[in-house]
Design a protein around this ligand. Structure first.
Ligand code: F6P
Length: 326
């Protein structure tokens, strides 16, 4: 049921992603534009349980659109998974007269928001902030484009060394359950192989093709592996070292450099649009949805239907990989 919204709060939860600050800025400024009071909650649901919140002004979000990380800090809060934890959270919101909550995070954070909204009368709006892009219903998630560009920059540099030394590099990129960073950065850097969790990895086929490449003296090769792939970087490295000891092979794990840094123009843009529409949702009574963008239109997905984007990598993409890497 629609209710009068006067005071809203915003938090960032789960793994940080570049563009979260741009989203916070958009929520705060849109809220103030519409005459609302906007509170910032520190450290995600953890800060909510500890009543760590403060009133934000337009100035509180000045000069942050270009900054990575999140000025509200982030955390993964186990207690909020429990009904008792959520009750505590609700009481804090009630005590501070918060009428609506904007949660910027991934699918785990959305689940917390969904449970809260089901159990208590607090409308929640999600903004997809995750570098993994593993949420169905949106073409973009805040931070993905920056992470891909960071990975591309790193892989380009590694290719220089691979080329100088005739080496095979296995490069592990982030993506616990999804291969999008691997796929996008791998295609954009001309990787010879891309391993992702959405596809069964045929290690024997990789060994055979490396043997064949060795025979024709193609020794410079890049294999991009998503961390969530069944092999992952380390296991693949061990296997290749064992089976192809003559190859000069190195492993490089890009890790958390992919989560930080100044957001790209695209991430700033989508974060600003999504943040603006999150407040509009609260004002229009479109509750308990997350704000996605599909085919360049806003797409409001009920939190109830939030699903991991999994196993849906188009075959066409893999065909591009295979065709271009020969
Ligand atoms: O969900 C984003 C992500 O970066 C994953 O790709 C990665 O597996 C995970 O977070 C790492 O989390 P943490 O920073 O808690 O180690």
């Amino acid at each position: 049921m629609e209710k009068k919204i006067k005071r809203i709060a915003v938090l960032t939860s789960g793994g940080d992603s570049p563009g979260m600050n741009a989203a916070i800025r958009a929520v705060v400024r849109t809220g103030i534009y519409y005459g609302l009071e906007v509170y910032g909650i520190m450290r995600g649901y953890q800060g909510l349980l500890e009543e760590d919140l403060f009133k934000m002004e337009s100035r509180s979000v000045a000069n942050i659109i270009q900054r990575g990380g999140t000025i509200l800090k982030s955390a993964r809060c186990k207690e909020f998974y429990t009904p008792e934890g959520r009750k505590k959270g609700y009481e804090v919101l009630k005590k501070n007269e918060i009428d609506g909550l904007v949660v910027i995070g991934g699918d785990g954070s959305f689940k917390g928001a969904l449970n809260l909204s089901k159990e208590y009368d607090i409308p929640c709006i999600g903004l997809a902030g995750t570098i993994d892009k593993d949420i169905a219903g949106t073409d973009f998630t805040i931070g993905f484009d920056t992470a891909v560009n960071t990975a591309i920059e790193a892989i380009d540099k590694i290719r220089d060394t691979a080329d100088a030394h005739d080496r095979l590099f296995i490069i592990e990129v982030m993506g616990r359950d999804a291969g999008y960073i691997a796929l996008h950065s791998g295609i954009a850097t001309g990787a010879e192989n891309i391993l992702i969790p959405e596809r069964k990895t045929d290690a024997e086929a990789i060994i055979t093709s490396l043997q064949e490449k060795e025979r024709r003296k193609k020794l410079v090769n890049i294999i991009v592996v998503a961390e969530g792939d069944e092999y992952g970087g380390i296991e693949l490295y061990r296997l290749i070292k064992e089976r192809l000891p003559n190859l000069d092979t190195r492993l490089c794990t890009l890790g958390h450099i992919q989560r930080g840094g100044s957001p790209t123009g695209l991430d700033r843009l989508i974060a600003s649009r999504m943040g603006y529409h999150a407040v509009e949702c609260l004002l229009e009574g479109r509750y308990n949805v997350f704000v996605g963008i599909l085919n360049n239109r806003m797409n409001y997905v009920p939190l109830e239907q939030v699903a991991k984007r999994k196993g849906r990598i188009a075959e066409e993409w893999m065909k591009v990989v295979e065709t271009l890497s020969t």
